[in-house]
Design a protein around this ligand. Structure first.
Ligand code: PEP
Length: 263
């Protein structure tokens, strides 16, 4: 598993015009990238169609921030997997802590969405993370194992090859977030890898586990160098294209220098 996943969820921040400007610039950056990076962006639903027109002729994956699990029905305000698949969405972000916190999204509901995404050949990007109380009570691992097991209930080995996990400790996310230290992240990612191997045997070894939560220019290399961190899920530090570009450039230089040391 060599590919490094780097992407950003724009949350409710960009208009269509702003999203288009960002994506046009990201396409130029992506064309110049030589390392094995898989870039992805996750805009608001309103921007998906125009942005898909831009990402089609690029290597950038396009994701949606949420969806319902049913194909269609009386669910006012919801978007179905069938509708997202029609656009050609590559991946669906599921279970972000804000969806869990503000919209009462449960692991059981996320599990239904995971199956719906897989049915339409869209990659589920499943977000998990413990909150500060769970961390203080020292039940982080139990919490994460339960989230993984329920969200992935009924997923076959074959289907598991399409899944991505994002570990995002709730206490590390957003304006109030405290960046996690790399030792803590290493320990949790090793545990998640082990749990995925228990669930999916050798397939579990290759499921990408991304890290997210106050990732920024100063700390991202510490995280990306960890054995079981296969990518970064970045919020604020990637919403401005210049800031995102700076991270990507620094990462490329870092990967090149690592590769030259191996030779
Ligand atoms: C997030 O909300 O998923 C996130 C990672 O945000 P930030 O990087 O801004 O903490």
């Amino acid at each position: 598993m060599n590919k490094i996943w780097i992407g950003t969820n724009w949350k409710m921040t960009k208009t269509i015009a702003e999203g288009i400007d960002f994506t046009k610039e990201l396409k130029k950056i992506s064309n110049a990238i030589t390392s094995d990076l898989q870039l992805f962006i996750i805009p608001s639903h309103t921007s998906l169609v125009p942005i898909k027109e831009l990402t089609t002729s690029s290597d950038i994956f396009l994701g949606a921030q949420n969806m319902h699990w049913e194909d269609s029905g009386a669910y006012t305000g919801e978007i179905s997997p069938r509708m997202l698949a029609e656009i050609g969405i590559d991946m669906i972000e599921l279970g972000h802590s804000e969806r869990r916190q503000y919209f009462n999204e449960t692991d059981a509901a996320i599990n239904k969405k995971v199956h719906a995404a897989l049915k339409y050949s869209m990659k589920p990007l499943i977000c998990i993370g413990e909150n500060i109380e769970q961390k203080k009570q020292q039940i982080s691992k139990e919490t994460l194992a339960a989230q993984l097991k329920v969200c992935l209930q009924g997923v076959s080995m074959e289907q598991a090859k399409e899944v991505l996990i994002a570990y995002e400790p709730v206490w590390a996310i957003g304006e109030q977030g405290v960046p996690a230290d790399a030792g803590y992240v290493a320990n949790i990612h090793d545990f998640l890898r082990h749990t995925l191997e228990v669930l999916f045997a050798e397939v579990g070894r290759d499921i990408p586990i991304l890290y997210g939560g106050s990732v920024n220019h100063d700390n991202f290399l510490e995280y990306i160098d960890l054995e079981n961190v296969n990518g970064l899920f970045i919020g604020r530090a990637a919403w401005n294209i210049d800031s995102f570009q700076e991270i990507l450039k620094k990462l490329e230089l870092h990967l090149e220098s690592e590769a030259s040391q191996v030779l």
